[in-house]
Each structure stands twice: as C-alpha cells, then as structure tokens.
Design a protein around this ligand. Structure first.
Ligand SMILES: Cc1cc2nc3c(=O)[nH]c(=O)nc-3n(C[C@H](O)[C@H](O)[C@H](O)COP(=O)(O)OP(=O)(O)OC[C@H]3O[C@@H](n4cnc5c(N)ncnc54)[C@H](O)[C@@H]3O)c2cc1C
Length: 498
C-alpha cells in the first residue's frame, strides 16, 4: 500500500504562489471559461487566485454543472455515474475537498474477480496473505513488478505539484511531461502500457489476466493505450481510494461559488477576435464569445478565454473566426461508455459460477477474450453513507460498464429480476492510442484549451492540473512573466513550502 512520502508532504498547495501582479500592464477586465465540469470550475478557482478580485469571470455551461461528474438516483439512494474514484495522492482534489469543507468518503476494499468469458481466472481471497500466495503461484513476481513500476511513476509525477506551487506553467503536454520526468515521461505518451510493462519483465499472462481487465474497466480499452493513461488507470485499482460524500460534482459547484463567478446557462457557439480602440487611441485585442441562452443569442467581450470542454467533431463544437488555430488536431474521437445501475441480484451463473455458496466478488473485470458486451461490473457505494451493516449482495446496486447499451436479453441474463435500472450514456474520454498527437494548451494569444490534457490522460486530477496550468499560463502571458513558462528545471533552492 502506498504511503505518503515525507518528501511529497513538503509540496505546498496553498494559494499564494505566483508572486505579485506587475503594475506595468493593467489587469484584464474579464475572463470567460467555457464549461463547468471539474476542469472549468477549478480553472475559475485558480484564475480568481492569480488575477485577484478585480476581474469579472463568466463561466458558460450548456448543460449541468459537474459535466462528467454526475449522480443518479435508484431505489432511494444516489450513486456516481461518471467520474467516481479519487486517489489519495490526487493533491488538488484533496485540497478542493478540504477547502470546501467536503468529507472524503473512503471506499471499502473490494473483492475482485476476473472473468474470461467462461469462468473466473482469478478471484481475490478474503485474506491478504492468501491473495499474495495465489498471485505468486499464478504470475510469479509480476504483481510486485507492476506495483513497483506504478509507484515509481507516481512518486516522480508528484513533481508536477512542485512546479505548480512554484508558479511554473507549460504550453504543451510534452513540455510539461519533460519538465516533470524528462525524456522517459515524454516517451510514455508515445508507447503503449503493454510495451512499458513487458520491458520491465511482466509476462503476457499477467498482462492478459490482470492488467488488461483493469484497463478495460477504467478506459474501455486494452493494453495498447499509451503508457501514461495506462499507468494512471492502474492507480485506480489501488487501495485507499475515496470520493466526495454527497457526490464529486459538489466540488464543481463549490469551486464556482468560492471563485465568485457569473454562471451563464448558455451554449457557446463561436469565438471571434476583435480590436477595440481605447481612450488613449491604442487598439486592444479582445475575444467576442457568442452564445445562445435558451433560444436567445448573446455575446460578450473578453480579454482571456479558457475553453474547458472536449473538442471533437460533432460535440461541443465551437467555431473560431479569424483565429489561425490548430483545430485539425482534434480529429480523434471520444469513446462511448454506458453506465447501467441495477438494483437486484446478480446472476452468478452468467460468470460460470454454479456453486450454492454466497457470491463473493464485488468487482468483476473482464479479459479481452470475454464476449465484449460488458467491460465489468462492481457493487456501487451510495454517495451518502448508509448507517448499519453492508446489505447482502442481492440487495445491492451494481454498476455495469459496457461500450453499448445492454440489450434486454443481456440485462435479464445478468439480473433475472432487477428491481430498478438506470442507464447513463457518456462520451467518456478520448479513444487512446500510443501514437496520438497531443494538442497544445495555447490556441491563440490569450485563448487556452484545458482538455488538450485529456489526449494524454483524462481523470479529475489531470483536469485540475491542467486548470492550474492554464490559469498560470494565462497570468504569465498576460503580464509577460515568461521566465516561468516552459522551464524544465526547477531553480536550485526553489521555495516549495509546507
Ligand atoms: C463513466 C466515467 C467514469 C470515470 N471514472 C473516473 C474515475 O473514477 N476517476 C477519475 O479521476 N476520473 C474518471 N473519469 C474521468 C473524469 O470524469 C473526467 O476526466 C473529468 O470529469 C472531465 O472534466 P472536464 O471538466 O474536463 O470535462 P466535462 O466534465 O465534460 O465538462 C465540460 C463541460 O463543458 C460543457 N460544455 C461543452 N461544450 C460547451 C459549450 N459549447 N458551451 C458551454 N458549455 C459547454 C459541458 O456541458 C460540460 O459540463 C470518468 C469519466 C466517465 C465518463
């Protein structure tokens, strides 16, 4: 189990960071943030920290605050249907929860089983020591090797917080990765997790039966995804995971409130560049953001715009005018994921289990050899703790993940008599490969795109890191403090306080 290393406890995530605002350029009048998911709401929060109270911050949201952080109600309880688990080393998410007075809800350890289309090829024991023996018996020391790989990555990745607390920012993901972990980290988005783990001696059997099922559950893909997203996905199988009591989306509404933004319930349709003369005759460059609020069109002018929504053909399309932007980068597509919440008794024989004893697994992952209609299933924990003992397996709510909606026949094979069913459809994250170009964070002088980060890896914490990076970039580029942009070495003696 991972323990917070003393070294990383020295990383200081407090607010006062980038130094004082220089006075030789007036502060911006207004900033637009497009999207109120965790990326948009955390960037509004960081923008307020760095630009101060004198700036108007408008946040546009076309659907619901929280975006891919959402809950649904089934059998009288609410459950997460989008982004759900947070790693103990996700320091921004931790800081947000603490600052907003939200409680961390620790997730119970699960009993995992891996289904290969016919039977469980691996099933956790209730006893830790028996588990280790079973793992060593079947896979040698592969589990240990994987753990060491993932932990070594995590410890080195924590340097990103040192850069950010020192006020450093990056214009591309490659430069950020280079700063944090040198060439080795840049290579992680160029080769697959499969290759990375084989290079440290992990067997094909372990990759097929343990690694791929975890990746299928978290990313819907196999071990051909890039090594960065692969490693972050393996962390989601760690212990000590948590989520926010009452729902992760509370972080988004809390951050927007704390940043004192104007929330505009509107869909941004286009962004144009404009020049406006000032009193002294100087021309200023502004962005005109056009939107529809209900059926009413509107527009406003901004000095800085942060685009905090995915951009790909057919979804969230914002048209750019007079901006020579690299939109051709966004030719990839997002993967559909269907989350089906089912209250009812899981049919053990669906997974080749015909014994009369109780069904023990609480998380079922699937190998690439299973028929592919489901990626996995797990017992879902309500967003508010329910007093009393865990209900018996049959009385629980299961969360089933699949690439397509479950056909009626499939659902009734899994749950012969479901009490209630709720289905959520997501364009969950980019469809990853190890040869993806990662788009830049800077689209134009003062126009930034947070979700470029997603093409390397998409998690709540990665979006918060991207939000902090965008707020710092926007600040430094506005005030021309370029010495803190794209620096790949932390200066000796860089003060990173507790
Ligand atoms: C099923 C599922 C499970 C996941 N599990 C985990 C997990 O366990 N742990 C984890 O860390 N991450 C997980 N993730 C990933 C995580 O949820 C995302 O990385 C994160 O929520 C993305 O946040 P975002 O703010 O970048 O984007 P979004 O949440 O998509 O927010 C973008 C917002 O912009 C709005 N918008 C779009 N276009 C416009 C427009 N033109 N005008 C105005 N508003 C617009 C949208 O309505 C949306 O609200 C999961 C995701 C899914 C779908």
């Amino acid at each position: 189990m991972l323990k917070v290393n003393l070294f990383f406890q020295t990383v200081w995530l407090s607010t006062a960071i980038t130094g004082t605002v220089r006075t030789d350029r007036a502060h911006p009048q207004s900033i637009a943030v497009i999207g109120a998911g965790i990326g948009g709401s955390s960037s509004a929060y960081f923008l307020r920290q760095h630009f101060g109270r004198g700036v108007r911050i408008d946040v546009f949201e076309s659907e619901t605050v929280g975006g891919r952080l959402a809950t649904a109600s089934i059998n009288g309880q609410d459950y997460e249907t989008g982004g759900s688990t947070i790693h103990p080393f996700n320091l921004h998410m931790k800081e947000f929860a603490q600052m907003l007075g939200l409680q961390e809800l620790k997730l119970p350890d699960d009993v995992q089983a891996v289904y290969d289309g016919e039977e469980f090829v691996f099933e956790d024991s209730d006893w830790f020591i028996i588990n280790i023996i079973k793992l060593v018996w079947r896979y040698g020391f592969d589990y240990l090797r994987m753990k060491m790989w993932v932990e070594s990555f995590l410890h080195r990745f924590m340097k990103v917080y040192q850069f950010q607390s020192g006020g450093y920012s990056f214009t591309t993901m490659e430069k950020l990765l280079y700063g944090v972990g040198g060439d080795e980290f840049v290579r992680m988005i160029k080769y697959s997790i499969d290759e990375a783990l084989q290079n440290v001696g992990i067997s094909q059997r372990f990759l097929n039966e343990i690694v791929t099922p975890i990746l299928r559950l978290s990313s819907g893909q196999s071990a051909n995804i890039n090594a960065l997203v692969g490693t972050l996905s393996l962390l989601q199988a760690d212990s000590d995971l948590w989520r926010v009591e009452g729902g992760n989306k509370l972080v988004c509404s809390g951050l927007l409130y704390s940043a004192k933004v104007n929330l505009i319930k509107g869909k941004v349709t286009s962004i144009h560049t404009k020049r406006r003369p000032q009193r002294n005759g100087e021309l200023v460059h502004l962005y005109e953001v056009n939107y529809t609020e209900g059926s009413d069109p509107g527009y406003s002018l901004y000095d800085i715009v942060i685009l905090a929504a995915p951009m790909y053909p057919g979804k969230s399309q914002v048209h750019f005018h007079d901006i020579p932007q690299p939109i051709s980068f966004y030719s990839g597509h997002y993967q559909q994921k269907v989350v089906t919440l089912v209250a009812g008794c899981l049919n053990a024989s669906y997974f080749g289990q015909h014994g009369s004893g109780p069904f023990r697994p609480t998380t079922i992952t699937t190998t690439a050899h299973s028929d592919g209609s489901i990626l996995g299933a797990s017992v879902s924990v309500p967003i508010k703790p329910v007093p009393g003992d865990q209900p018996p397996t049959c009385a629980r709510v299961w969360k089933v993940l699949s690439p397509e909606p479950l056909a009626e026949g499939e659902l009734s094979r899994l749950f012969p008599s479901p009490e209630a069913v709720h289905e959520s459809h997501w364009f969950a994250h980019p469809s990853y490969s190890s040869s993806d170009e990662i788009p830049p964070f800077v689209l134009h002088d003062h126009l930034y795109h947070l979700n470029a980060m997603e093409w390397a890896a998409s998690t709540m914490e990665m979006m918060a890191i991207s939000a902090k990076n965008a707020a710092l970039l926007a600040h430094h580029r506005w005030y021309q403090q370029l010495e803190k942009v794209d620096q790949d070495i932390l200066p000796q003696g860089q003060k990173v306080e507790l």
